[in-house]
Design a protein around this ligand. Structure first.
Ligand code: C5P
Length: 218
């Protein structure tokens, strides 16, 4: 039988990366972190010395970049211009610039095309996480989940991951959510998606809920 395409949308700190990787591992399916693709494009722009406010150069550099992504949940690597950029795409510099790069329609078009190609080739099914997956990238997904959590809990989790303090992390999450809201709708559940609030749920319970939804779909 056809293996499922599962869309997981949600804002930063909602737990979507950990949940999506765990789910893909449990299902023995592929995993695609679309956020890492926008980060990779941003890293390429920064590496090229392009000013992120120069739209023409941003589009040219981001769409011309040689990007490769690993889709195994145990090793979701990112390669930019032949260089392993898996760690570099998580830097503060990239995080601060990514919303501006992701707001360019031509950049999105290019990456969405790439995302759809990866999804179409995923014979063992795929878990795709991001912000516009259910509505734009994979509207035909077999299951759509919107993961959310209270802002304070999201900041606490992100601060723990990055060794930062909670109030400055909260401020940077708010800033990125606001910037991203001009392009996608990270703070709204897409139509047809199952909303799971993970504020008080451990990862395994969120994954169990999604597996139950998958088994109960008609
Ligand atoms: O999920 P992550 O924090 O790695 O995403 C980084 C950025 O990439 C987001 O803040 C957003 O600007 C962009 N993004 C997007 N559409 C997606 C995934 C990420 O615009 N599907």
């Amino acid at each position: 039988s056809k293996k499922p395409v599962i869309a997981i949308d949600g804002p930063s700190g909602s737990g979507k990366s950990t949940v999506s990787k765990t789910l893909a591992t449990a299902l023995e399916s592929a995993y695609l972190d679309t956020g890492s693709m926008y980060r990779a494009a941003t890293y390429a722009v920064i590496q090229a010395g392009v000013d992120t406010s120069d739209a023409d150069q941003v589009v040219k550099t981001a769409t011309g970049a040689d990007l490769k992504f690993g889709t195994k949940p145990e090793d979701p690597f990112t390669v930019v211009g032949g260089e392993d950029a898996s760690a570099a795409i998580r830097s503060e510099e990239v995080t601060a610039a990514v919303s501006a790069v992701a707001s360019q329609p031509a950049v999105r078009e290019n990456l969405i095309k790439m995302q759809r190609g990866i999804i179409a080739k995923a014979k063992s099914g795929i878990v795709v996480e991001g912000r516009d997956i259910a509505e734009v990238v994979a509207p035909d997904a077999d299951l759509k989940v919107y993961l959310t959590a209270d802002p304070a809990e999201r900041a606490r989790r992100r601060a723990a991951e990055t060794d930062g303090d909670e109030s400055s992390t909260q401020a940077s999450i708010d800033k990125r959510d606001k910037a991203d809201s001009k392009t996608t709708r990270p703070l709204e559940a897409p139509e047809g998606s199952h909303v799971i609030d993970s504020t008080e749920l451990p990862i395994v319970e969120v994954v169990a809920k999604i597996l139950a939804l998958l088994n109960n779909r008609n």
